[in-house]
Design a protein around this ligand. Structure first.
Ligand code: NAI
Length: 300
């Protein structure tokens, strides 16, 4: 079994002042990583003044255990914020190896009642925030010729969740960001993956019972994230599910479909005639990129 140590690795974790981000930070630091703990503080819905106390507390915890950590209090939701978060790693530790985009908020409401402000704020933090931090990290990862990047999705994004159109949209958007980034960064030995977690945290406390919360230790998610951040892990472009001790993989797949043209005119009626075969997912498969799928379509 490989030695899953992170000595001389520098990790940035956004939203690491609590919940999952804190668990990722503590586990990486315990295995030798130098960690930038980013958190602007604030409430689960992103409101409130924020402050330094959440990030500082995690930094203190890491240092008390003999690890190395530095705090950053910027919000991920601006270019300046993203740059400053990455700069904290470069200024403090001289390089960057690992980026975990984890910061997030919830503003749940049914679509009928959701305001555009509630929609936009969730997109700002999850989508734009992931972009700013990842974009600021890219030149440093390229220079490093090594990297591990994690985006944080959700079952709400992969499968939908009632009352979460804003959050579901955002959580699928980061999957798209990962899918393009993994292609662009592969030549720099940089792997990019998505985690879809389930863990007891203040975000879930609003929708789960105390009993459910007990079985969902954030460390169970952190173990998968830390594995994906290891130099021994060759996974690139995956969507990994982790929660309650269960670990799994999700994938975007398509079937070969039916080229209706070869069976007569392309028409609504012809599609209707072939709809069972068009929707049969028995032999559905993943593709390495959009080009791979286009080639398949041309062959069919
Ligand atoms: P949490 O609320 O405990 O942690 C989120 C952290 O992000 C907080 O410490 C908060 O202060 C910080 N944050 C919020 N806005 C920020 C900003 N603009 N800049 C910097 N930091 C900011 O929630 P939890 O559950 O630990 O969530 C972590 C991530 O995992 C989120 O992206 C969430 O959407 C995702 N997730 C969590 C699930 C769960 O079961 N807990 C399920 C699916 C996804």
């Amino acid at each position: 079994m490989s030695d899953f140590r992170f000595d001389n690795r520098v990790a940035v974790i956004t939203g690491a002042g609590g919940g999952l981000g804190r668990a990722h930070a503590l586990m990486l630091a315990a295995r030798g990583a130098k960690v930038v703990v980013n958190d602007l503080g604030g409430n689960p819905d992103g409101s409130g003044e924020g402050g330094s106390s959440m990030a500082d507390a995690v930094v203190a915890e890491i240092k008390a255990a003999g690890g190395e950590a530095a705090a950053n209090y910027d919000s991920v939701d601006s270019w300046e914020g993203g740059e400053s978060i990455i700069k904290t790693a470069i200024d403090t530790y001289g390089k960057l190896d690992i980026v975990i985009n984890n910061a997030g908020i919830l503003r749940d409401r049914t679509m009928m009642n959701m305001s555009s402000e509630e929609y936009n704020r969730v997109m700002d933090i999850h989508v734009d925030g992931s972009w700013y931090v990842a974009r600021a990290a890219v030149p440093h990862l390229r220079e490093n010729n090594y990297g591990r990047v994690i985006f944080t999705s959700s079952g709400a994004g992969l499968w939908g969740n009632f009352g979460q159109t804003n959050y579901s949209t955002a959580k699928m958007a980061v999957v798209g960001m990962m899918l393009a980034m993994k292609l662009e960064m592969a030549k720099y030995n940089c792997h990019v993956n998505v985690i879809s977690p389930l863990a007891a945290s203040r975000l879930l406390g609003t929708v789960m019972t105390d009993e459910q919360m007990e079985t969902l230790n954030p460390d169970y998610v952190a173990a998968m994230v830390v594995y994906l951040c290891s130099e021994h892990c060759t996974e690139n472009g995956g969507i990994f599910l982790a929660g309650g001790g269960n670990f799994a993989k999700a994938q975007m797949v398509a079937n070969d479909g039916v080229t209706v043209e070869k069976r007569g005119d392309i028409s609504v009626e012809n599609i209707a005639m072939n709809i069972d075969e068009i929707t049969d997912m028995t032999d559905a498969r993943p593709y390495p990129d959009a080009g791979g799928r286009r080639v398949k379509m041309a062959e069919s």
